[in-house]
Design a protein around this ligand. Structure first.
Ligand code: BGC
Length: 770
């Protein structure tokens, strides 16, 4: 755990330069706009420790799988998010000495991520080996208005000398990935062009032939006046740059504005990339840095208007939650249904930038409540479009008749993860895909989605479960053998309660939706049934039979569900009994010891009780929570939020708050010692849920919005906004009252602690004494 980020409500601030923290800061101060993302690498050369990261959404590399012992069914490749062209680069030479913070003396270093306005700022004073001192200020952002562009204003001012500063803005496609199975380079040059005003490089990825054109234009000013000096054009394979030598006097400010465009074949035909790149560059350079910044601020203001959470009386909690919301909005904007949310977003290479069940299980509720309905719908469409691949995935494992197994890790619908206990066994992810459809429809009321797309997915998933179970003669029940539940600290277990219940639930929901579609749009139903060769009576009867006869491991005496068969045979010790130096287990214990222990990585039985809360009474949830939480080490970043929500439901306020804190500042405080690899973007959505579903107690029941709020003792008040169907509501929870503002022009009835409350248009209802 670290504590070097200054606490501030709207900014992430680092003061002083510590090279040992640089990779962590590069993750934390990342910027992005849904189409492209950039780690907080320096513009100028840096020879110290750094993970270079410039990412283009949707562009990846299928890196040939590397495993010791090949097993039939393993995917051919593991997808890698690609480090793409360095568009931020500006080399600076001061009278022949390279500006490099690894070799200069650094003073007054400050890095600020301005979350309100959406930009990154860095300021410092550097002293070169010969004693020349310069003041530098670098400000940049990925525009969310012009989302194929980024822009930088980089200023250098000599403090104690007059001399020559050479600046070289450049574009460099000769980049590598840290995560590469065979140490290959993934980009080949297609074309390049350089003029005195800038240039571009077009490169293609090896194997999949994604093309990206990255170009730049720049303007140099001295004390605010544009200057035109001779330019040296530099070009080499995959690289273009412009070297300009500028004479400057002490106290004079030299400013380089660099405009960059990143144009991908994901969005345009390959033969148009160069010309679009040039047009975009001319357009944004015409707008200028200040106008773009103004537009950026306005666009972020709108985002915050809909998604901000305000916490009064606790700056560190405020900063934590805003950081999470900021990063989520930078990662996914929902405009393109081919894109998704990697566990690290645009902040690092880990997890390959691929899509996990995290999206459906953790991220969907955030986008449902804070953005237009189409944003969440696009997340569902992403999986709908991958249905054929999910069917092929299942076929590779021997399933038939249109059964679909969605991948655990994917870029294009194919499985690309190759640890058998995850790839083949963590099949519960299929449940999250179906659950997301249910969650979306419950929230939005958009039943048409089920008719148009959802049912097809649900049938394919139900078919999978109906083939994956087998009937145990001994138990006279259906069982599911050889799985890994959400708790990855157990592998190859039989009858994981969560997997069994989510499998059953999927078949139930599929049956309900078959009936719904048949009733509401018979024509469509018949067409779909033909398309997927649905043998309605036979298949439904099999599903129903499995639902009615599924085996659920239970401990009758304790009144708890068993995580899996035999769980109680393990030595039962609690996390609190472990010497602190044994934690985190995944770093301190052998895998063998972990697998044989009772310790739980993340919510498993409790994940089921969280998803299917309406089916269980509070006492059942309590008994299970009280049994499992003390055995949970929360070593997945996805874990604390579910427990925080459940603790809130059970009135365990202190515990709920403690778990919330663990998720809210996970990256800012580098809680798990791994932020240098990137931020935990998908768990950030879980943090949002801890506030809105946990403290706010938000639920949807029978199409109605319910709140059951409490406020942590440490806070004066907190407020959040949600979009719910036609309404935008603001909920303010203080120690002595709750206020709910209806910001829409139509009235709505909501439920506060179980009681109906009518909210008049554009009015606030105040309920004292909460
Ligand atoms: C968790 C998974 C999760 C993955 C990506 C793992 O540590 O156990 O549930 O999908 O990380 O976030």
């Amino acid at each position: 755990m670290k504590d070097y980020i200054k606490h501030d409500e709207w900014n992430i601030i680092e003061e002083g330069f510590d090279p040992a923290l640089n990779c962590i800061s590069e993750s934390l101060f990342s910027i992005g706009n849904g189409r492209m993302g950039q780690r907080a690498n320096f513009e100028e050369r840096y020879s110290g420790d750094s993970l270079r990261g410039s990412y283009v959404a949707g562009v990846y590399y299928p890196d040939k799988t590397r495993v010791g012992w090949w097993k039939n069914g393993y995917p051919e490749y593991f997808a890698k998010v690609l480090n793409s062209a360095n568009w931020i680069g500006i080399d600076i030479e001061i009278d022949g000495e390279v500006l490099d913070l690894a070799s200069c003396k650094v003073k007054d270093f400050r890095r600020i991520l301005n979350m309100k306005e959406g930009y990154l700022l860095r300021e410092f004073t550097a002293v070169t080996a010969s004693g020349k001192e310069v003041k530098v200020r670098a400000q940049r952002f990925c525009s969310i208005v012009d989302d194929q562009t980024g822009v930088i204003r980089f200023t250098v001012m000599p403090v104690n000398f007059s001399g020559e500063i050479r600046v070289t803005p450049y574009v460099d496609f000769d980049v590598v990935n840290k995560d590469s199975n065979y140490g290959e380079k993934f980009w080949d040059e297609v074309a390049r062009s350089v003029t005195d005003e800038g240039g571009w490089v077009v490169a293609r990825t090896v194997k999949l032939d994604f093309h990206v054109a990255t170009g730049m234009k720049y303007v140099i000013r001295k004390d605010n006046n544009q200057i035109n000096l001779p330019v040296l054009r530099i070009e080499k394979n995959k690289y273009i740059g412009n070297l300009v030598s500028v004479p400057v006097s002490a106290g004079e400010e030299l400013a380089i504005e660099k405009y960059a465009a990143v144009i991908s074949s994901e969005n345009h035909p390959k033969d148009t990339l160069k010309s679009i790149c040039e047009t975009e560059l001319t357009r944004i350079a015409g707008k200028g840095f200040d106008t773009m910044l103004k537009e950026q601020k306005a666009a972020w203001e709108l985002k915050w208007e809909e998604s901000d959470i305000r916490i009064k009386g606790d700056v560190s909690a405020q900063q934590g939650i805003r950081f999470n919301i900021f990063q989520l909005n930078q990662t996914y904007t929902g405009e393109d249904e081919r894109l998704n949310i990697g566990p690290k977003g645009f902040t690092g290479e880990k997890y390959g930038g691929s899509t996990y069940w995290d999206t459906e299980a953790y991220c969907l509720p955030f986008y449902l409540s804070t953005a237009d309905q189409n944003v969440a719908r696009n997340l569902l469409l992403y999986r709908y479009k991958h249905l054929q691949k999910a069917i092929e995935n299942a076929e590779k494992l021997g399933f038939t008749d249109g059964a679909a197994l969605y991948p655990m890790v994917t870029m294009n619908g194919e499985e690309c993860h190759n640890e058998w206990e995850i790839t083949f066994e963590e099949i519960h992810r299929n449940g999250a895909i179906a659950y997301a459809i249910f969650d979306y429809v419950r929230y939005t009321g958009d039943h048409q989605y089920v008719i148009d797309h959802g049912l097809e997915v649900l049938i394919a998933i139900a078919r999978f479960w109906s083939q994956r179970v087998n009937y145990s003669e001994a138990k006279q029940k259906y069982v599911i053998l050889g799985v890994t539940g959400p708790n990855e600290y157990e592998n190859n277990v039989n009858n994981n309660w969560y997997t069994n219940i989510i499998a059953s639930w999927c078949m139930e929901y599929a049956i309900d939706m078959v009936r719904y579609v048949r009733e509401h749009d018979e024509g469509r139903f018949i067409q779909l049934a033909q398309k997927v060769k649905f043998r309605e009576a036979e298949e439904i009867s099999r599903w129903q039979n499995i639902i009615d006869t599924m085996y659920y491991p239970t401990d009758e005496e304790k009144g708890t569900f068993l995580q899996q068969e035999g769980y109680l045979d393990k030595e039962q010790i609690l996390v609190g009994d472990l010497p602190p130096e044994h934690l985190p287990l995944n770093q301190k214990w052998s895998w063998d010891k972990i697998l044989r222990s009772c310790f739980i990585k993340q919510a498993d039985v409790l994940q089921g009780l969280y998803f299917l809360e309406d089916r269980f009474d509070e006492d059942t949830i309590r008994r299970n929570y009280e049994f499992y939480e003390p055995r949970t080490v929360h070593e997945s970043s996805l874990s604390p939020c579910v427990h925080s929500i459940q603790a809130a439901l059970l009135g365990k306020k202190e515990k709920s708050y403690e778990l919330y804190l663990r998720t809210a500042r996970l990256d800012l405080d580098d809680y798990n010692n791994d932020t240098e690899d990137g931020c935990h973007i998908t768990s950030m959505a879980g943090t949002w849920m801890s506030v809105v579903k946990g403290f706010g107690g938000m639920r949807i029941k029978d199409g109605q919005l319910h709140f059951n709020p409490f406020i942590p003792d440490q806070w004066e008040s907190y407020s959040f906004k949600i979009r719910f169907r036609a309404w935008l509501l603001k909920i303010i929870v203080a120690q002595d009252k709750v206020e709910i503002e209806n910001r829409s022009e139509t009235p709505v009835i909501i439920y506060l602690s179980g009681k109906p409350l009518e909210l008049h248009p554009l009015k606030t209802a105040l309920v004292p004494g909460h």
